[in-house]
Ligand binder design. Structure first.
Ligand SMILES: O=C(O)CCC(=O)C(=O)O
Ligand SMILES: [Fe+2]
Length: 329
């Protein structure tokens, strides 16, 4: 499953809010800064959303000053996020309207702080000059075996300065978040097809599902790389928390399967997004990933009968028993 290397250019999602305008100009829907249904479906399918240059330059600069001067104090796990980081620029970043819209869509209006990681990753050359051996962080899934299906934690990755291709932004593998694994038991998988490395402008945020496989790279650049990761827990059911005004429009409904003559009317419908393979999907187990995504979407919309391409309807067809009760694993 070796990857030929993913170009920096293919890392951007079309839903990125460019230029630090907080996405205000791109969302006409009555000033609602929450995610749209299609963005949510992309999160369900790929396990992440990326927002380039969302945090304005002034806040990025202040974050770097604060992190360098004083470090960044943590908060006890279980603290309401709204009470975290008093007096810190991180508070202002979290209070940005678009950031609030993203967080509300994914973990609700009052998530809890779990833990954070303030990463500073000096240039490897500097460490090697001191005789230290510099290794990339192994590929891992944070925490431990986590069998939750409809509930998930959010990992917010904040890149306060520009990250060039040599600077080792976080490495991650889209679409791996539904695999139930044990933390670093996946360390032996390296260079998975489709893996990405975060190469980004200053102020970029990535919102990731807790299950996504990731790791820190070796920094072959000339300056220290800073990155803040914050893990958040929901306090409300994660159902229809985003702006669902477009839910009906984005949901295509049943369509013919394996029909060479059939082109989906909407190439970005929820169903198409959920059944779009990642490069590492194999033809057989890839089908299980479609099912994992559909099951996740059922929980997010609160509709146990939702299906795409008939994946669940077929195996749930047990006349006389209710739908949505078949365990997937
Ligand atoms: O350093 C990185 O880019 C990744 C760090 C990480 O895995 C984490 O904070 O969970
Ligand atoms: Fe991690």
């Amino acid at each position: 499953m070796a990857d030929g290397g993913s170009a920096a250019g293919d890392l951007r999602l079309t839903n990125c809010a460019a230029g630090g305008d907080l996405g205000l100009t791109t969302r006409a829907a009555g000033g609602d800064l929450r995610l749209t249904t299609r963005e949510m479906a992309r999160f369900a399918a790929r396990g992440f959303l990326r927002f380039d240059a969302l945090v304005p330059e002034a806040l990025n600069g202040r974050f770097l000053e604060e992190a360098k001067a004083r470090g960044l104090a943590g908060n006890p796990p279980g603290t309401p996020l709204s009470a975290c980081y008093p007096g810190s620029v991180v508070r202002e970043i979290l209070d940005l309207p678009r950031v609030q819209g993203i967080l509300t869509s994914l973990v609700g209006p009052e998530p809890l702080f779990d833990h954070h990681g303030v990463h500073f990753n000096p240039p490897a050359e500097r460490l090697e000059a001191k005789g230290l051996r510099v290794l990339a962080q192994h590929t891992h899934q944070d925490s431990t075996v986590d069998p939750r299906i409809g509930t998930f934690d959010l990992q917010l990755f904040y890149f306060p300065h520009e990250v060039g291709p040599e600077m080792a932004g976080t490495r991650f593998v889209p679409g791996t978040h539904h695999r139930v694994v044990s933390e670093m038991a996946i360390a032996r998988y390296q260079n998975l097809k489709g893996q990405q490395k975060v190469v980004c402008p200053a102020g970029t945020l990535l919102a990731m599902h807790h299950g996504i496989w990731h790791g820190g790279e070796v920094n072959r650049g000339e300056r220290t790389r800073y990155m803040l990761k914050i893990r958040l827990n929901p306090t409300v059911p994660q159902q229809r928390l985003w702006n669902t005004a477009d839910l009906e429009d984005a949901t295509a409904g049943p369509a013919p399967i394996f029909d060479p003559g059939h082109e989906p009317a909407d190439p970005e419908s929820v169903e198409v997004i959920l059944c779009r393979p990642e490069p590492w999907f194999e033809l057989d187990t890839g089908r299980l990933e479609y099912m994992n995504r559909i099951r996740f979407w059922r929980a997010l919309v609160g509709d146990p009968s939702f299906d795409a391409d008939y994946w669940w309807s077929r195996v749930e067809n047990r006349p006389g028993t209710p739908t949505g009760t078949t365990p997937a694993r």
